[in-house]
Design a protein around this ligand. Structure first.
Ligand SMILES: *[C@@H]1O[C@H](CO)[C@@H](O)[C@H](O)[C@H]1NC(C)=O
Ligand SMILES: *[C@@H]1O[C@H](CO)[C@@H](O)[C@H](O)[C@H]1NC(C)=O
Ligand SMILES: *[C@@H]1O[C@H](CO)[C@@H](O)[C@H](O)[C@H]1NC(C)=O
Ligand SMILES: *[C@@H]1O[C@H](CO)[C@@H](O)[C@H](O)[C@H]1NC(C)=O
Ligand SMILES: *[C@@H]1O[C@H](CO)[C@@H](O)[C@H](O)[C@H]1NC(C)=O
Length: 408
């Protein structure tokens, strides 16, 4: 009599929801794609993107539960939390998956912690922040008091050296100190309203990070090619803007767009950031050491809703239909950068083909029961995709069988 409940809970929990994926690098420069076609992927380092190899880091969403020790051990890459009920014969483990069911999910790399922080990942816990521990391949949910921070309208950077988020929301600068967390702490964190920003109230923030300075682009009345600066370590809004001219004397435009800071392999502070205007007309890379800008190839896919994430040697674009492309980048090598062109991340494209509509996700609950495998070992694209469904299905079947065995 409990079986129908079990089955319906399972399917309700994996219902399809409209959600936004995000891409990020871990501190070893593996490209991770979260909630791309409803699954999480580890596309590996840049040298493997054109191959057919990929790793699956976690496949399912929602709440799944197992009734035996066997499955909780076997599926160790799924984060078991929420509650564990232990009985001499029955272990009831709830698996909390980060839902990624909210709009506008944004991801940030804490390079020191080798953790990825996701804001706006969970529509039911909108102020919570999800932490992916890249080394342990585990998720946890960090409770956060939003206070007056409006997580439906903000832009944010994660400062490299202090691991503090700075966000502009509703005309105020907020901060959220992440300490050195690579997993959630039971003590809730809080967004702090630090001060009002000296910008017009209709300013839609475009925030870039380099050298512990927040660069505000597209600030009204600031000339093209210049940024207003907030010096993090002194909590100081620099009164004058800073120019970053191109070699020919021209300037990046005053327009809304996306930004991504390039990381340094030696874990020092970022020195450069990419700025991609919303019309995808060019890729600008601003160097705050030399006060210059390079104009590089425009994204091959023009998409005003695309998001970007930079590693050390690549800028990655995620479009609204789930296409992931990259521009190779070599710091300090202008001739190579100017000649570089955008290419598709082939292994992700094969594993998680772009949807024909928008970035909504589908949940992989289709059953393919063939094969046995480990979800953490490399597999070819075709069987890898099929195996994902298999894992989920086999968890389910195992649970049902365990439950049936103990319930009778
Ligand atoms: C997502 O972003 C859009 C555009 O900025 C905004 O209009 C919308 O309210 C946001 N939704 C949520 C749930 O944050
Ligand atoms: C960049 O601009 C800042 C501020 O105007 C200045 O202090 C610095 O010397 C400049 N750097 C170079 C390399 O010109
Ligand atoms: C730029 O990169 C190319 C290709 O890797 C290399 O041959 C060249 O020496 C580099 N130039 C500089 C100035 O680093
Ligand atoms: C995704 O969007 C791009 C750019 O709009 C388009 O070229 C591509 O065909 C789309 N892919 C699919 C599967 O619709
Ligand atoms: C399941 O996946 C295997 C391996 O990719 C494939 O050969 C088989 O046709 C699939 N079965 C179904 C029912 O999709």
């Amino acid at each position: 009599m409990f079986l129908p409940t079990l089955v319906s809970l399972f399917f309700i929990s994996s219902a399809t929801v409209r959600a936004s994926p995000c891409v990020a690098f871990d501190a070893n420069w593996n490209l991770l794609a979260f909630n791309l076609n409803g699954k999480d992927w580890n596309a590996g380092t840049q040298d493997t993107w054109s191959s057919s190899q990929f790793l699956v880091i976690m496949r399912t969403r929602g709440l799944t539960f197992c009734l035996c020790r066997h499955c909780s051990h076997r599926h160790h890459n799924i984060q078991p939390t929420v509650s564990n009920f232990r009985h001499p014969y029955i272990t009831l483990t709830f698996f909390l998956h980060r839902p990624f069911d909210a709009a506008n999910t944004t991801c940030y790399l804490s390079q020191y912690a080798n953790a990825i922080y996701a804001i706006n990942a969970d529509s039911k816990n909108p102020s919570s922040l999800y932490i992916y521990n890249a080394a342990a391949k585990s998720w946890s949910m960090q409770a956060v008091n939003a206070g007056s921070f409006d997580y439906t309208s903000f832009d944010a950077i994660l400062d490299h050296d202090t691991n503090v988020f700075y966000a502009l929301s509703q005309g105020n600068l907020f901060s959220l100190d992440m300490g050195s967390l690579n997993a959630a702490n039971s003590t809730p964190l809080s967004w702090t309203n630090d001060e009002q920003v000296p910008y017009p109230s209709d300013y839609v923030p475009v925030m870039a990070l380099a050298q512990n300075h927040i660069h505000f682009l597209d600030v009204p009345n600031v000339p093209a090619g210049s940024a207003d600066i907030f010096v993090i370590h002194y909590s100081y809004f620099q009164p004058q803007s800073q120019a970053y001219p191109l070699p020919d004397g021209s300037a990046f435009p005053t327009t809304y767009g996306q930004v991504a800071s390039f990381f340094q392999a030696d874990n020092t502070v970022q020195q450069e950031f990419a700025f991609i205007p919303a019309d995808s007309s060019a890729t600008y890379v601003v160097n705050v050491e030399t006060n210059t800008t390079q104009a590089l190839a425009a994204p091959a896919t023009k998409d005003s809703k695309a998001t970007y994430f930079a590693g050390v040697t690549a800028l990655v674009q995620l479009t609204s239909n789930g296409t992931v492309s990259y521009l190779p980048y070599l710091e300090g090598n202008t001739s190579t950068n100017i000649a570089a062109t955008w290419a598709t991340v082939s292994n992700l494209a094969a594993a998680a083909p772009p949807s024909s509509s928008s970035s909504s996700s589908s949940s992989g609950s289709s059953g393919n029961t063939s094969g046995s495998h480990s979800t953490t070992s490399p597999s070819t694209t075709a069987s890898g995709a099929a195996l994902g469904a298999s894992v989920q299905y086999s968890v389910f079947i195992t649970c049902v069988l365990c439950f049936a065995a103990f319930a009778v």
